[in-house]
Design a protein around this ligand. Structure first.
Ligand code: GDP
Length: 350
């Protein structure tokens, strides 16, 4: 009867309370990175960035680039577990009249969230009128070819051992690497991975990065990936600032859970961030006391999106953030998270 319901309510409340404690404990001990560790990692990344700027200016003065800069979770207080990676953004300058952008949904591939960059006016401005024509493949700017240009430079012609010994790091390009990555050992047991990320910023502010579509088919090779990272991270932070909310904490818990569980490695920061942003449209209570409830709700929402095979980007709903997962990966992720609903603490063990 009625008293039975009350008892199970009480039990649920107790479980939530203990999950809340467990999450806070996990946050302190596993998610959060000591300030000092973050500072040393940022310092190492900055040193490398400075060396590369000097090298590129000296060696390739006419390569049309804007200033490179570092970015990523290490710079937004959103990195978790260990301070071990950063992105080095390399903005290319394209001549407006020579290149145009075509959204992925208007191409034969029909992939919203990806773009083609087409070379225009070849009859008046023949090949090599633009520096980046050397990276043109079949009439389009190829992100793969752009990465190869940097790969040759960074992996081929920079004397990393010499630079490393000056800076007191051990630096080496990671081979093979899908993107171009430097491994920087900055302490006997600490490594930092710095990804080169060439990027195009279009007139309306849209950012495209040279990070290949994962399910590489040849016809996908020329696709540039739209990046929502700056906007989605800013939105999450702004919402938290308005109400002193726990959204960023919830994101970091979820990121750590995915980083520490091999079965969840496929879920990335952008998917988790957008899942939380979508949840924010329905759910108003993000007070610190509601952390465990929201965390469970996030897991349920992820299971729901995985079941549907679709996670719309909160900033551009036509973009499916699961479009690069295989059916099998979707099933496995869904299964792991579904099982976690009844024992979330199992995924927070280390
Ligand atoms: P974390 O690596 O899980 O901590 O997540 P981040 O928020 O740092 O995101 C880094 C990932 O997002 C990398 O895989 C990048 O390739 C990708 N990414 C997409 N757009 C951007 C961008 O504008 N800046 C950076 N730094 N990374 C981006």
């Amino acid at each position: 009867g009625g008293s039975g319901a009350t008892q199970s309510d009480l039990q649920k409340a107790r479980m939530r309370l203990s999950l809340q404690e467990h999450l806070l404990h996990f946050y302190q001990n596993n998610v959060n990175i000591p300030t000092e560790e973050q500072a040393v990692a940022r310092r190492a990344a900055l040193d490398i960035c400075a060396e590369l700027r000097v090298f590129l200016h000296a060696k390739l003065p006419d390569m049309p680039l804007r200033e490179m800069y570092l970015s990523g979770s290490l710079y937004d207080e959103l990195q978790v577990v260990t301070a071990d990676h950063a992105q080095l953004m390399v903005p290319l300058i394209l001549e407006k009249n020579l290149w145009s952008s075509i959204p992925g949904e208007d191409t034969i591939m029909n992939v919203p969230g990806f773009w083609l960059i087409r070379r225009e006016n070849l009859e008046y401005f023949p090949r090599n009128s633009s520096y980046w024509d050397r990276c043109m493949v079949g009439g389009y700017l190829s992100p793969k070819s752009v990465l190869e240009v940097f790969d040759k430079l960074v992996a081929g012609s920079i004397n990393w051992p010499a630079i490393g010994s000056v800076l007191d790091y051990i630096i080496r390009p990671v081979v093979p690497s899908e993107t171009l990555t430097l491994e920087v050992q900055y302490d006997t047991n600490r490594k930092l991975y710095v990804d080169f990320l060439p990027l195009l910023v279009m007139e309306d502010g849209t950012s495209l990065i040279a990070k290949p579509h994962r399910l590489v088919a040849e016809r996908h090779e020329n696709l540039w990936r739209q990046s929502f990272r700056v906007a989605e991270t800013a939105r999450l932070r702004a919402l938290d600032q308005e109400d002193g909310g726990c959204r960023c904490a919830c994101l970091k818990l979820a990121k750590a859970m995915c980083k520490l569980n091999p079965a969840l490695n496929r879920l990335n920061a952008s998917q988790l961030t957008n899942c939380i942003l979508l949840l924010c449209e329905k759910e108003g209570d993000w007070t610190q006391e509601a952390l465990a409830d929201r965390f469970l709700q996030l897991l349920r929402a992820l299971v729901g999106h995985l079941e549907a095979g679709k996670l719309p980007c909160a900033l551009s709903p036509k973009v499916n953030l699961f479009c690069e997962l295989t059916e099998q990966e979707v099933d496995e992720l869904g299964y792991t998270l579904y099982c976690a609903l009844s024992d979330p603490e199992g995924l927070l063990r280390t």
